[in-house]
Design a protein around this ligand. Structure first.
Ligand code: GDD
Ligand code: MN
Length: 378
């Protein structure tokens, strides 16, 4: 009885709407003028496929999300996730995939640089052959970088070699941003994904529990017509963060490692200011030490804000609130550091054991407290 009712409902629903077999996930950051042309190109390329398009926009300043929604009102294949206070190409792709239910998912850029004509062939391979993942490759024979400047091409090729550190498979373009797979391939790796930075494909390859069966299809990277590339030097940093996270992440959380590294930089800043204050400016020790502490805390705050917490960077007036909580937390951390070191030293520990343990306690305190009060995930 219940079954009949269910069957009837299903019939009614499928008459209304045929569910998509393919979701194309497209991360966007200031891509307003690319949205319409992209949908038109996909429409022309995927005539025989029932697809949907999942944009994931990180609150673009140019109203990209508004453009997407306007289109979605007339084209039900278009959908949009809007993320506020978040950044990151990889996490955008992951969340886009998780929000859909189609059995096949593709990831591609919004800026028309990837060749949508490859999509039907990618889908066909996944449906007919024993393949988990099809990659659009710039480096396979027949593919190309388009009009990339020679230094960017060089960096890209170096990055491709470094990918071997975390993915041993012989893949010509593991850094491609254009690929298609079954949704379950992402789902089964999703809890191990690092989500760092720009390179979601490499992350997926390195996080899967078994080597994926991969096919590569060559394509020529097109020239961007509207908008600008978001690639900057931070992307290189994020790439190293991804490699480090996949290599060491199980032992030390990546954020803590970054925080600690910046702590070491802060120590160098502190010592140079102290030295300069004493030797060059002839300040009193107490004054020079206070000045050095203040400058080191401030520079640590900004370095962490840009590097460690780049995905939730504080901007505008929130910088001042963040900075004042950071000063407060570090002051307590320093007191704890000195207090514990003193206690251990007096308890007959070796001087360097006492010193190192004091520093570790202070660093862990600073890290834990600032992650809650300074850069709380909003
Ligand atoms: N949601 C979101 N959040 N989207 C982003 C972000 C972000 O923080 N950063 C970039 N995007 C979007 C852009 O709007 C674009 O649709 C896509 O991600 C790629 O960004 P581009 O700035 O155009 O990158 P690219 O062309 O330099 O590099 C691309 O191609 C390389 C080679 O295939 C990327 O796909 C790289 O990952 C890829 O290695
Ligand atoms: Mn691009």
């Amino acid at each position: 009885m219940r079954h009949d009712a269910e069957g009837e409902q299903l019939e009614r629903l499928s008459a209304l709407h045929v569910p998509p077999i393919l979701t194309i996930v497209v991360p966007t950051l200031n891509e307003r003028d690319n949205i319409k042309p992209l949908v038109a190109l996909l429409d022309a390329a995927l005539r025989k496929v029932n697809w949907e398009l999942m944009f994931v926009d990180d609150d673009s300043a140019d109203d990209t999300a508004k453009h997407i929604r306007a289109l979605a009102l007339v084209d039900p294949r278009v959908r949009c996730i809007l993320r506020i206070g978040r950044r990151g190409l990889s996490t955008a792709c992951i969340e886009g995939v998780l929000a859909c239910s189609a059995p096949f998912v593709a990831v591609m850029d919004a800026d028309l640089q990837h060749d949508e004509a490859l999509l039907p062939r990618m889908l066909e391979i996944l449906q007919k052959e024993n393949i988990d993942l099809v990659i659009g490759s710039r480096y396979a024979a027949g593919g190309g970088l388009g009009d990339w400047a020679s230094n960017r091409a060089w960096i890209s090729q170096l990055g491709t070699k470094l990918a071997r550190l975390i993915c041993k498979q012989d893949i010509s373009d593991p850094l491609s941003g254009f690929f298609m797979c079954r949704r379950d391939v992402v789902e089964s790796a999703v809890r191990r994904l690092s989500g760092q930075g720009f390179k979601i494909l490499l992350d997926l390859l390195a996080s899967s529990s078994r080597p994926l069966r991969v096919r590569e299809l060559p394509f020529e990277f097109r020239t961007r017509r509207y908008g600008k590339s978001k690639l900057d030097t931070l992307v290189v940093w994020e790439y190293f963060a991804l490699l480090a996270d996949k290599i060491f992440g199980r032992v030390i959380p990546l954020r803590f490692a970054l925080f600690a590294m910046i702590g070491i930089v802060g120590l160098a800043v502190h010592m140079s200011i102290l030295w300069g204050g004493l030797k060059l400016a002839a300040l009193e020790f107490g004054v020079a030490q206070s000045l050095a502490t203040f400058v080191a805390m401030t520079s640590n705050f900004f370095l962490n804000n840009i590097l460690t917490y780049r995905d939730q960077r504080l901007r505008g007036w929130r910088i001042f609130r963040g900075l004042s909580t950071f000063y407060g937390i570090c002051a307590i951390g320093a007191t704890a550091n000195v207090g514990i070191a003193f206690y251990l030293f007096n308890a007959n520990q070796k001087w360097w054991v006492a010193g190192v343990l004091g520093v570790i306690v202070g660093a862990v305190w600073n890290y834990a407290m600032s992650s809650i009060f300074t850069w709380r995930a909003s």
